[in-house]
Design a protein around this ligand. Sequence first.
Ligand code: FES
Ligand code: FES
Length: 168
Amino acid sequence: DIPATAVALRINGVPGTLLLDNRTTLLDALRERLGLTGPKKGCDHGQCGACTVLVDGRRMNACLLLAVTLGGAEVTTVEGLADGDELHPLQQAFIDHDAFQCGFCTSGQLCSAIGALAEAADGWPSHATPPGEAPSLSDAEVRERMSGNLCRCAAYPNIVGAVREVAG
Ligand code: FES
Ligand code: FES
């Protein structure tokens, strides 16, 4: 018998319980069980960032998380960013800045950028921002904070522009 566990999660605001093989990653649970194919499986090894989602507001590589460890968590995927027909400001900025070509990395870039901006607003990492100062979000700072998300189309300058617009 394959060990299975019932896991209660909130996915994009919707509560539910999944019975999962204990070896199931969050990425496979989202894509294969829930049909949320926004998060992409680029490498399945934590190297590309295409699978990035928000778990309790923090950006995570969904390919590296076992879903059974996440009981009670709030998971947000790219499918949960817009408010009805109104895009998240970062989604609009990606359009305005032409920040994608094939789009394979975009879901992860968006979730990662939301997490990165939240980290910057919280003053994390502490060495990045002197006490009492607003977080620096120069091009270099955005590139560093977004360095876990690869883009094979090399849309990096446009991605940085979109993230800086929202940060500003
Ligand atoms: Fe998760 Fe590449 S698929 S980091
Ligand atoms: Fe193609 Fe980033 S837009 S990989």
